[in-house]
Design a protein around this ligand. Structure first.
Ligand SMILES: Nc1ncnc2c1ncn2[C@@H]1O[C@H](COP(=O)(O)OP(=O)(O)OP(=O)(O)O)[C@@H](O)[C@H]1O
Ligand SMILES: O=C(O)c1ccc[n+]([C@@H]2O[C@H](COP(=O)([O-])O)[C@@H](O)[C@H]2O)c1
Length: 211
């Protein structure tokens, strides 16, 4: 039987409640069998994070522990070099021919999706599911052109095809970003509303994100 898997790629530096709320919402709304959070090894488009891939993955593992439909995807951590999404989705599709993949991104990522490596090919391997994020909308950057060409109005439009369509989701907005949280941690502010308690404890024990 065909499996439907969401892949939520990210730097997750650190994973926060916005990521987890988004992943849970998408899994339920799109009736996915699972959502895998896939921390990148080297982000292709930004500076190498100060916190290692293994530590970022350990925090993801802690944050998803209570949610059986969420899992950690290690594919990018186990490879060297920049983590291009097109390579990851190609590999996953080859390894799991009976799985349909849905790559999950925030609206900020859709706005510059056409600058991603070989972006048209990404759409050969999966659909895109786009979560709302504060500060970004479907009329910015690359989003209007992409939605005009590939957008569908609902889940049935996705299910008809194996890949190549984009669905905007109506998830509740969670106004959190990892960069904001890093700044708050550096200045000693309380981040207990933004992070899973086990993730916060992991950060504090290892004194991550200190000035
Ligand atoms: N609050 C949020 N709501 C919905 N999607 C989010 C949210 N935060 C991040 N995302 C999405 O999660 C994916 C991974 O994001 P990432 O790990 O870079 O976190 P971030 O909060 O965007 O980090 P930074 O502030 O460092 O850019 C991206 O597709 C991003 O758009
Ligand atoms: O493949 C690319 O060119 C590419 C460019 C920018 C971002 N991505 C992926 O998009 C996901 C979210 O990235 P980020 O920086 O918001 O954590 C993550 O899986 C990145 O590897 C991928």
């Amino acid at each position: 039987m065909t499996k439907h898997s969401g892949i939520f790629g990210g730097t997750f530096n650190p994973v926060h409640n916005g990521h987890i709320a988004g992943a849970r919402f998408v899994q339920q709304r799109c009736k996915l069998d699972e959502v895998r959070l896939m921390p990148c090894h080297l982000p292709p488009h930004r500076a190498t994070p100060g916190v290692s891939g293994e530590q970022r993955a350990a925090m993801v593992q802690l944050a998803i522990a209570a949610y059986p439909q969420l899992a950690l995807e290690r594919l990018e951590l186990d490879k060297t070099g920049p983590s291009y999404t097109v390579d990851s989705m190609r590999l996953l599709s080859e390894r799991e021919p009976d799985t349909r993949f849905y790559f999950i991104i925030g609206m900020d990522s859709l706005c510059y999706f056409c600058s991603w490596q070989d972006w048209q090919h990404i759409l050969q391997y999966c659909h895109l599911l786009v979560c709302q994020r504060p500060g970004y909308s479907a009329d910015q950057g690359d989003a209007p052109v992409l939605l005009q060409k590939y957008g569908v109005a609902g889940l049935s439009g996705l299910r008809r095809l194996r890949s190549g369509r984009i669905l905007l989701l109506d998830n509740p907005i969670v106004d959190l970003s990892a960069s904001g949280i890093r700044q708050q941690l550096q200045s000693g502010q309380d981040c207990s509303d933004s992070l899973d308690p086990a993730v916060l404890n992991y950060i504090q024990q290892r004194q991550l994100y200190q000035a």
